[in-house]
Design a protein around this ligand. Structure first.
Ligand SMILES: O=c1ccn([C@@H]2O[C@H](COP(=O)(O)OP(=O)(O)O[C@H]3O[C@H](CO)[C@@H](O)[C@H](O)[C@H]3O)[C@@H](O)[C@H]2O)c(=O)[nH]1
Ligand SMILES: [Mn+2]
Length: 745
């Protein structure tokens, strides 16, 4: 009999209105074009600086064009979990993956909180399995998981009984959380206190273990960790907990995996870890859906799996949406986002904008994938069509494990047999987690997470869009996941440099989105979106040139901007004012402060002129085979007090080259301003020297690099290291010398 509820929609699609925004987008675009026309008209009257300015401005105009494309037709989706419950009696299984790589940079207490929050989600427990990949090969992480599991057996029922919202205990018990709701309920009160005590005990145990040089005796369960080399060790797989009774309540399966590592054997960082997770889970539970999160991204909304399933289970979604991406939202964000990495405005406008094209890019965490899509299926493949040649070709790519191939056939055909217990496949699991398993297979090239970029997430998502799939984005309230944004100048720079590198790596690879549109099924507008993000590090070049131009002009007393008397000067003024008001309004509409906006503007300029440039260089070095690119893990901190700490808002520095470049720009513009102030400029050629435009540019750059100015006088980590200042002074002097030479020459 047909289910009377089968018509209930699982999600709603809402086209957002954005007429005013579009109008401003276009106005800005026309102002930019008129500036270009002005440049072209007078190209012959001016020298090289004019041409350079024209080229830079052309690049800015192209970027703006791309950004209009990104935001032109925003769409929002709203899942409806109630309808899901009514419509679907048997919910599908979901395998949940957590990756961790370093017990120092990623303290196990953070990882276990993520795991606990996943184990406690609102979803039938027997449909869930949680797999933790530990690239750190850390007995401490494993020990913490053992202890966390004991706690989970109390925590999960507690959360479900009282319908707790925040199920990461550190957050639930933190000072700023309003966890202690209905305190008149005596029973709740008692249980709450017990949970709190148990959680504190858990924290103590982990802290104690972390203090010791050896967290445990390498006997019994820990014997496999006695080989202490992190980069050279055999596989460890531990089925830590099996929900044997298959009951909808209780704690989901928990599996720990530390894949084999060998010196000189590329392990492909996170992408490699994800592929091992995919294979091992394929053997053990083979769920048709997979949720993956970074170790610091805890579940903040227990309905998240229901949301994910609404988005992916709708019958038209089945044919369209390959993955469902949730935004990266951060907890304990520093006030006013001094490092510009909270991505609030991007999550709101950019992501919804892209949702109106082919869908959000895959962001590496907080994302539900269909297993069969990860196994290379395309949208035109129906269950019936999956046989014969496609199946044969695809299966060849899976490698030699018969067990894996068997499970892959089931996954591709959309069949899910209940597993015969996790242990039965343990031997095969060891085989497919070994270094050599991927030799001669399609893993990383045709299947699974793709290798060859530091941003394996975006690359993997791109290959999915290239096959014609769409993706879907949902920004829930409260946010589905919360993670921690790196704090401190150096870690922000490390992260951004990795992104800049990884994104450009994709542009220069065979997966380049231009080919994907020409020969694949990537939509043209989506191709523009990808180009916009991949060109990020290349844009550092016009940005740097544009920052050097005013300095050059002031030092040589020439000009590259129209003079105040010329009407074109007002194009620039209007452009500047409208652009800033426009971006400001985006921040204000998402509830942010003016300060927040300014910090973001400033950091955008700083990172695109410094870190992105080094990202660009590392790709060039890779192409020239001078050096390889590497995934540097960012440091995670749990402290809830950081947000209120005044110190935390102050920029911190280290000796990284990004800061040398930033300091050089600062010193240059300090010099130029001093030259104007003390009238040290050489006489202008024909009485037409640098003017107000150049001066304002210099002042603006000084404001953008204000944290660096403070850093010149700061102490300790808040100060720019002396060696950096020396190097920057040398570069600034060299620039000065070269500028002078052009006058004399
Ligand atoms: O060899 C490695 C390196 C990293 N990781 C894991 O990768 C995740 C992301 O690393 P992180 O240092 O937090 O990088 P972020 O810049 O914060 O991560 C963003 O960018 C990455 C790509 O650069 C994506 O993989 C992430 O999902 C995305 O959140 C973490 O869980 C790590 O444990 C591994 O498992 N193995
Ligand atoms: Mn991270």
């Amino acid at each position: 009999m047909a289910n009377p509820n089968s018509q209930l929609p699982l999600y709603e699609r809402i086209q957002r209105k954005n007429t005013v925004q579009r109008a401003f987008d276009v106005i800005i675009f026309f102002l930019l074009l008129s500036l270009l026309v002005y440049r072209l008209l007078f190209l012959n009257d001016h020298g090289l600086t004019w041409l350079l300015a024209f080229l830079c401005e052309s690049s800015f105009t192209f970027t703006w064009f791309q950004s209009i494309n990104n935001k032109w037709s925003p769409v929002e989706y709203k899942p409806n979990p109630d309808n899901l419950r009514r419509r679907i009696t048997e919910l599908p299984s979901v395998d949940m993956f957590v990756t961790t790589a370093d017990p120092v940079l990623e303290p196990p207490i953070i990882t276990i909180n993520t795991v606990l929050s996943l184990l406690a989600v609102d979803y039938p427990t027997h449909k869930l399995a949680c797999y933790v990949s530990d690239d750190g090969y850390s007995p401490l992480t494993y020990y913490s998981l053992i202890e966390a599991l004991k706690f989970a057996k109390l925590w999960v029922p507690f959360c479900k009984k009282y319908n707790i919202r925040v199920r990461a205990p550190f957050k639930y018990f933190s000072k700023d959380s309003l966890s202690f709701g209905d305190s008149s309920n005596w029973e709740f009160h008692q249980e709450w206190q017990r949970m709190k005590d148990e959680y504190e005990l858990l924290c103590h145990k982990i802290e104690d273990a972390a203090q010791k040089s050896r967290p445990c005796d390498f006997t019994g369960e820990f014997a496999e960790f006695s080989n202490v080399e992190r980069k050279n060790h055999p596989t460890i797989i531990k089925v830590m907990w099996e929900n044997r009774d298959g009951l909808p309540e209780g704690v989901p399966h928990l599996v720990y995996i530390s894949r084999e590592k060998k010196y000189k054997h590329p392990h492909n960082y996170k992408a490699g870890a994800m592929n091992v997770l995919t294979r091992v889970s394929g053997l053990m539970t083979n769920a048709p859906y997979m949720l993956n999160v970074d170790c610091d991204m805890f579940v903040n909304n227990p309905k998240v799996i229901l949301y994910g399933m609404c988005l992916l289970l709708e019958s038209n979604g089945e044919k369209e949406f390959a993955f469902a991406q949730f935004p990266q939202v951060f907890y304990d964000g520093l006030k006013d986002d001094p490092y510009g990495n909270q991505m609030v405005v991007q999550n709101e406008y950019l992501m919804h904008g892209i949702s109106g094209i082919q869908g959000p890019l895959y962001g590496g965490t907080g994302c539900f994938h269909r297993r069969k899509v990860i196994y290379d299926l395309s949208p035109y493949h129906t269950v019936e069509s999956i046989n014969g040649k496609f199946l044969e070709d695809t299966l060849l790519e899976f490698g030699s494990s018969k067990e894996l191939i068997k499970s892959a056939i089931q996954a591709l055909k959309g069949k899910t047999d209940p597993s015969d217990g996790l242990w039965t496949s343990i031997q095969a699991a060891y085989q497919i987690a070994s270094c050599k398993y991927e030799y001669g297979t399609g893993w990383g090239t045709k299947l699974g997470w793709r290798y060859g970029s530091m941003t394996e997430d975006v690359l993997t998502g791109l290959t999915i869009h290239t096959r014609g799939w769409k993706s879907i984005y949902y920004k829930s309230d409260p946010p589905a996941f919360l993670g921690c944004a790196p704090s401190g100048g150096p870690s922000v720079m490390t992260q951004k440099k990795r992104w800049a590198t990884g994104l450009l790596e994709i542009l220069f690879s065979k997966n380049c989105p231009i080919f994907a549109t020409l020969f694949g099924k990537l939509q043209l507008r989506q191709c523009l979106v990808y180009l916009w993000i991949f060109l990020w590090s290349l844009r550092s070049i016009p940005e740097l040139c544009y920052a050097a131009l005013p300095a050059y002009c002031i030092i040589t007393n020439t000009f590259f901007l129209p003079r105040v008397e010329e009407p074109a000067f007002y194009i620039l003024v209007v452009l500047f004012v409208i652009y800033n008001l426009y971006t400001l309004s985006e921040y204000l509409r998402t509830g942010q402060t003016v300060r927040f906006w300014w910090n973001n503007q400033r950091m955008t300029r700083i990172t695109s002129m410094t870190t992105c440039f080094f990202g660009f260089l590392s790709v060039i070095f890779k192409l020239l085979r001078i050096s390889e690119t590497a995934f540097e893990v960012t440091k995670k901190e749990q402290s809830s007090d950081a947000a209120n700490d005044d110190d935390a808002n102050r920029f911190t520095f280290d000796e990284s080259p990004s800061f040398v470049l930033g300091t050089t720009i600062l010193l240059l513009h300090l010099t130029t301003l001093a030259m104007i102030l003390f009238k040290l400029q050489p006489p202008a050629d024909d009485g037409h020297g640098s003017g107000l435009g150049e001066l304002l540019c210099s002042v603006l750059l000084l404001l953008y690099f204000w944290p660096f100015l403070k850093g010149l006088f700061g102490k300790g980590k808040h100060g720019i290291p002396i060696s950096t200042i020396c190097k920057s002074t040398a570069f600034a002097l060299l620039f000065l010398y070269l500028c002078r030479k052009t006058i004399v020459g």
